[in-house]
Design a protein around this ligand. Structure first.
Ligand SMILES: [Zn+2]
Length: 196
């Protein structure tokens, strides 16, 4: 199937447009959006009611050379990134970071231009709204990351208003994220018993 005959889901359209917006952005001159800021913005967008079908859960993963952290990741979002890539609308690059870690960068392919040009204004304005400051209404609300503090926030360049993005779960709170934690513990216990 050719890309212009595809029927993408609303979530896939939002994701593709979000990535195109980030990679064309004057703040991203390298034209690739790295997975961590992308995950932060996807998580932020889900909390704002976008990506209707997506959910998220804290998943233990290695985080920017700082050991393992519980990062709020959307499984459905990750699946759609894979799907968009398989459809030839996204391409990825492996970028080396510090401490011999590799991270993935994303950008739309040339084939995605037609898809992007056909997007409904509704899809675009939902994504655009993420970057509009809720306080002063200027379109200067951007992601700011402090890797050392594992802190992510949206900050307005015009009025300095900011909103925290709790992408990383604090260690002591992770126990209260029951489902994930206890399911894992339960599994290990069962396995041990089976091995007796
Ligand atoms: Zn503002």
């Amino acid at each position: 199937m050719k890309p212009d005959e595809l029927e993408l889901t609303n979530e896939q359209k939002e994701l593709l447009y979000l990535i195109s917006r980030l990679t064309d952005h004057t703040n991203c001159p390298d034209t690739w959006i790295k997975e961590t800021p992308l995950q932060a913005l996807m998580f932020h967008a889900i909390r704002k009611g976008l990506f209707n079908d997506y959910d998220y859960a804290p998943i233990s993963s290695s985080f920017l050379g700082q050991g393992r952290k519980f990062v709020n990741i959307s499984k459905e979002g990750e699946d759609d990134l894979g799907d968009l890539r398989e459809l030839g609308l996204l391409e990825t690059i492996r970028l080396s970071s510090t401490k011999h870690d590799y991270i993935t960068g994303y950008r739309p392919t040339n084939e995605s231009v037609k898809q992007l040009s056909q997007l409904d204004n509704e899809v675009k304005s939902r994504i655009d709204s993420l970057f509009i400051c809720p306080k002063c209404n200027e379109p200067n609300f951007d992601l700011v990351i402090d890797v050392g503090k594992s802190s992510f926030l949206m900050k307005c360049k015009s009025c300095s208003h900011n909103e925290d993005i709790p992408l990383i779960e604090p260690e002591d709170v992770s126990y209260s994220t029951k489902a994930y934690f206890f399911k894992t513990l339960g599994k290990h216990k069962t396995m041990r018993e089976d091995n007796k």
